[in-house]
Design a protein around this ligand. Structure first.
Ligand SMILES: Nc1ncnc2c1ncn2[C@@H]1O[C@H](COP(=O)(O)OP(=O)(O)O)[C@@H](O)[C@H]1O
Ligand SMILES: [Mg+2]
Length: 282
């Protein structure tokens, strides 16, 4: 069975999409792991989809009406005049990003802007993703869900589809702002109708760190105290600040293949991936 992990923080711009995509590349692309990875893009702003496949391929998805996460949540919606609904075939939403000879691969369930509108009318949609994933998870070792920074039915859908949460934090001014919101969101989930779903917090990872910044030291202290109150693990390995991350996103490449990325950056990310894999028993 696949390990299912949501990357979440109620703050935007902390590296959820960057880490989702780079973890996918690490676990599928490095010989050491050779995993089958599925990335589920749950953010209507579809950054992870674009980071993974590049802008032009993404535009093709939109132009050719290739199924996305929207189809998962809207599979039971009735369009007047369109006749009987056809059941959604789970494979139809899996977009292959890369396949290697040894069978390892990355697939993507892409996101799209319409997802935002779909959420205005939540109905019972939160269970649909977990149901779909239960039908395909045997085909994967790891499923990464890239979340949006706002609380919605998508958050519940992510929790229901996950065994673990991974919380990236950029240690800078206001960095701790999303965390109390996340605590509340998790508490509401546990108190709600799905409270017996087993959901663990894998940990908090500091992203885009640099050395010797006083601001960063203050921010880390705040985050550490919130983590302690909630008994959250903080990963020992951090992901350091590097211009190679945005550059890699533009090139559609993982950090270990981005042109001119310093090997020290790539190996720092690798060290985090190792610690993460241990933590979730991958
Ligand atoms: N370690 C890093 N070093 C430098 N830039 C980073 C790093 N992580 C993320 N970024 C950049 O920060 C911005 C926000 O990251 P992103 O992953 O899209 O955040 P989120 O998904 O949490 O909104 C992007 O432009 C991304 O390239
Ligand atoms: Mg994002």
């Amino acid at each position: 069975m696949a390990k299912k992990v949501s990357l979440i923080n109620m703050k935007g711009g902390v590296g959820k999409s960057t880490l989702t995509v780079n973890l996918a590349w690490q676990f599928a692309g490095l010989r050491k792991w050779n995993k089958k990875v599925l990335v589920v893009d749950l953010d209507p702003q579809f950054n992870a989809s674009q980071y993974l496949i590049g802008v032009s391929k993404y535009e093709e998805i939109v132009k050719k009406n290739i199924p996305t996460i929207w189809d998962v949540f809207e599979q039971h919606s009735h369009t007047p005049g369109k006749g009987k609904l056809k059941a959604l075939a789970p494979e139809s939403v899996l977009y292959n990003v890369v396949s290697y000879n040894d069978g390892s691969r990355i697939d993507l369930i892409p996101s799209c802007l319409e997802l935002a509108y779909s959420m205005r009318n939540p109905g019972q949609k939160e269970v649909l993703l977990a149901k779909l994933i239960s039908k395909i998870e045997e085909d994967y070792d790891l499923i990464l869900l890239d979340c949006a920074p706002t609380e919605s039915v998508l958050t519940t859908a992510a929790y229901l589809s996950s065994d673990y949460l991974l919380v990236p934090v950029k240690p800078e001014y206001l960095s701790s702002i999303g965390l109390p919101l996340l605590v509340r969101s998790m508490e509401e989930f546990i108190d709600g109708p799905y409270g017996d779903h087993d959901l663990k917090l894998a940990g908090v990872v500091f992203n885009a760190t640099s050395e010797y910044s006083p601001e960063e030291i203050t921010a880390k202290k705040e985050v550490k105290s919130i983590a302690k109150q909630n008994e959250w693990y903080i990963f020992k390995e951090e992901v350091s600040y590097s211009r190679s991350y945005p550059k890699g996103a533009r090139e559609g490449k993982p950090i270990f293949k981005t042109s001119y990325a310093r090997t020290s950056q790539a190996s720092k990310f690798h060290a985090f991936a190792v610690e993460f894999a241990e933590k979730i028993n991958l």
